[in-house]
Design a protein around this ligand. Structure first.
Ligand code: MLT
Length: 210
């Protein structure tokens, strides 16, 4: 599996009609982190789990940041394109439909960047504790892309207004956005799992398998 550019794992599903999930971990995670969540959120879906290629003091991430919440936007752009290219290559290699991203924190942020920079690569996204990845993204047409943006009321890393701004940005680009704010911090909770599973059950079959 190392022929493709990112370290990754594929867990084949047993429901060929189910949209695959692209699992994108938070800072310090790896391709194994979100597999249990992915299995619970999308039973039977193929899971494609990827490891970020940037190291921050040894912790994998998907793009560089200058400080907490302050992103190196040139790097965000470059890494988002690299991840989009990887998704295209992995789809060909494993015969997959366009995936829905399930991203947490830094992984949710890169998923948002891929959507804004490379519309159509992702069929949708479950963005848990996401922030605006690019202050001024280029115009994008996200019609047909479904997104769940879930924030925490007590999140010390992502101010609620930032999640709100991301939801508005995706919505303005034409995405079908559901915005939810949960009574939690930056960490994930059972409420995220339930929300993500229900949202996916509603959206999995809707878009065409581009
Ligand atoms: C980031 O991308 O830096 C996140 O929003 C915060 C984190 O990953 O810790």
């Amino acid at each position: 599996m190392s022929r493709l550019s990112f370290t990754h794992r594929v867990e084949p599903g047993n429901r060929p009609d189910a949209t695959p999930l692209l699992l994108l971990h938070g800072t310090g995670g790896d391709e194994n982190d979100l597999l249990p969540l992915g299995r619970m959120v999308a039973p039977g879906s193929t899971l494609l789990a990827v490891r970020g290629q940037v190291l921050e003091h040894g912790m994998p991430r998907f793009f560089r940041r200058l400080a907490e919440g302050v992103f190196d936007e040139d790097d965000v752009r470059r890494r988002a394109h690299e991840l989009a290219d990887f998704v295209a290559a992995a789809r060909a290699e494993y015969d997959l439909a366009a995936p829905i991203a399930l991203g947490y924190s830094n992984g949710a942020n890169i998923a948002a960047a891929v959507m804004l920079l490379r519309p159509g690569v992702l069929r949708g996204g479950i963005l848990l504790r996401a922030m605006v990845p690019l202050e001024t993204p280029p115009p994008a047409d996200l019609a047909g892309t479904s997104v769940l943006v879930a924030s925490g009321t007590r999140d010390p890393i992502v101010p609620a207004a930032n999640g709100e701004r991301l939801a508005a940005m995706l919505s303005a680009a034409g995405a079908d956005v559901e915005r939810r704010v949960l009574p939690s911090g930056h960490e994930l909770s059972q409420a995220d799992l339930t929300l993500a599973r229900n949202w996916l059950a509603q959206h999995q079959g809707q878009a065409s398998a581009a």
